[in-house]
Design a protein around this ligand. Structure first.
Ligand code: MSP
Length: 525
């Protein structure tokens, strides 16, 4: 992408039936890293996240808790979902709730347009419904459980809970009209759905034929009322998907809408179908551009299964950040799991990577360099003498990883970007071991060489601060301040990370960037 372009990125909006776990935080962090990266590349960036508050699942939860769905949603948003963003340091530009008036108003405009244009009709439907997924199910999506609480019943493969049979008069969206158009879209825009595994699954699904979609419900009233028939509320997914455009001015602020849309959308692979089939079909019906990309990331697994609250395997993000900090949380999930694939979470792996990569690899590098400049040069960043091949190799690596990481982020391979950036961490550590500045410092005749070595490592650190700011913003900012980086770190051009501007002095770090953690403090212990 050329600098200055619009980069609009959205996470799914999260159900407020329960509090967040690390699977939800995972999507948030990935979207945030991409947004911060693009801001530093000078793009006109917008990061949207929010909450999905209508539908039967939320209604039932509220009733079970003796309250109204709106009061329940308000509480969960204030006590759990907004605080999550602080816990993991998300720099969202907006937070949409499907109960926001701005959302409800714009949904009505969209709905009326589709109705007026003949894309919606009234009909009857009978089928299996999973309230957990808020989705009608085909037999393929279900299984019979031989034992346990639901022995002999048909349960949803995702939630493992019995489905219900619903028979209702509904309004339908003519989704079947869009089968060929969707297949054409997948063909002509091959990176519309990523990764390849999700793309193939979606193409196969659409090739199998598309039914029209039931988009209203009349057996409960927690939703947006259908404007032409007040006895129905809008199907929660149809309502929720529209958040991506209602939040940026669809129907109310055309200039902003056109400036931002279309978006890059990150979703878990379990909800890729909604985003890569229903959503583009809805947009096509309204004559609007489809998303730039729908990326279906993998699941965080615990004990080999998708981590979830309903299966009691949910881990709260604060359980990790309380011990390791937000930066380590962000780094770990972005580094340890190939974005697009499933990944198993384990405390041992988190701890090991924290110690080896953050505390020893990166944090220690930063402390050593700053300590040496302080000790040998009173904190003044030296003017270098002639560069040797070894110094040039560091500059070349800084340049190479800057370009590589940017290309990796462009294809949403955040793990590859981090692996690439880490080659600079490792090379700098290797360079210090080989150059032995502490030995050079003993020889007054080699003062100029020491200047060059110290200069070279400070240059390397600055490049790391700029490149790592999107992933570990707090530690990178501390490092930046300590090495005398000029200007706000968040404004440093990430595509020129090898070529940053610094002031004349370094100031010692108040504390280690990633202090050693006493293993007995970790929840794993
Ligand atoms: N409300 C819908 C989305 C509507 S978007 C128009 C929804 N909400 S959710 O809260 O159930 O899930 C939100 C996101 O969290 C989904 O992308 C889902 O894939 C993701 N995850 C939930 N559990 C997860 C893991 N264990 N691992 C990774 N992501 C997980 O679906």
């Amino acid at each position: 992408m050329a600098a200055g372009e619009s980069f609009y990125i959205a996470t799914p909006i999260f159900y407020v039936n329960d509090v967040p776990h690390i699977g939800h935080a995972y999507t948030e962090v990935a979207a945030d890293v991409l947004a911060r990266w693009h801001r530093q590349a000078g793009d006109d960036t917008w990061l949207l996240t929010g909450t999905d508050e209508h539908g039967q699942k939320i209604l039932r939860t509220a009733v079970a808790n003796d309250t109204t769905p709106k009061a329940w949603a308000d509480k969960l948003v204030a006590d759990a979902w907004q605080p999550l963003l602080k816990t993991i340091n998300i720099s969202n530009d907006d937070f949409i709730r499907t109960t926001d008036e701005r959302h409800e108003k714009a949904v009505l405009i969209f709905l009326q347009k589709l109705y007026d244009d003949g894309f919606i009709y009234s009909g009857e439907y009978e089928g299996y419904y999973c309230v957990g997924c808020e989705e009608y199910k085909q037999l393929d999506d279900l299984m019979e459980t031989p034992d346990g609480d639901f022995a002999g019943q048909l349960v949803c493969k995702i939630h493992g809970r019995p489905v219900e049979i619903l028979k209702e008069k509904n309004y339908f969206f003519r989704m079947s009209d869009f089968q060929q158009k969707l297949l054409d879209l997948y063909e002509s825009q091959p990176d519309f759905i990523q990764p390849e595994s999700v793309r193939n699954e979606i193409i196969q699904f659409v090739r199998g034929g598309l039914d029209d979609l039931s988009i209203s419900r009349s057996s409960f009233d927690w939703g947006i009322t259908i404007p032409w028939d007040h006895s129905h509320v809008l199907y929660v997914w149809f309502d929720a998907l529209l958040n991506y455009i209602t939040a940026i001015g669809y129907g109310t602020d055309t200039a902003t809408f056109e400036r931002r849309w279309p978006a890059v959308q990150l979703v878990g692979k379990d909800i890729a179908r909604f985003h890569a089939v229903i959503w583009p079909a809805m947009l096509m019906a309204a004559g609007l551009p489809v998303p730039r990309k729908v990326f279906g990331h993998g699941w965080l697994l615990v004990g080999g299964e998708k981590m979830s609250k309903s299966k009691l395997t949910g881990i709260a993000p604060s359980e990790i950040t309380d011990t390791f900090g937000a930066d380590a949380f962000r780094y770990y999930f972005m580094r340890a799991i190939s974005f697009g694939q499933d990944g198993s979470f384990s405390w041992e792996d988190l701890s090991a990577r924290y110690q080896a990569e953050l505390a020893n690899g990166f944090g220690n590098l930063a402390s050593r360099v700053i300590a040496m400049v302080t000790r040998y040069r009173g904190g003044a960043v030296p003017t270098p003498g002639p560069f040797t091949e070894a110094d040039e190799a560091i500059f070349a690596t800084a340049r190479r990883v800057t370009a590589e990481a940017d290309a990796d982020v462009e294809r949403l391979a955040i793990h590859d970007a981090l692996a690439s950036i880490w080659t600079l961490v490792d090379e700098l550590n290797g360079y210090i071991t080989i150059q032995e500045p502490w030995a050079i410092a003993k020889d007054p005749a080699r003062a100029e060489r020491l200047d060059t070595v110290l200069f070279t490592v400070v240059r390397g650190l600055g490049t790391l601060a700029v490149l790592l700011a999107p992933v570990i913003p707090e530690a990178a900012a501390k490092l930046w301040a300590s090495i005398g980086g000029l200007g706000a770190l968040s404004e440093q051009d990430i595509r020129a990370a090898f070529d940053w501007a610094g002031g004349p002095v370094v100031t010692p770090l108040a504390s280690s960037l990633f202090p050693r953690i006493d293993q007995s403090e970790s929840p794993a212990a």
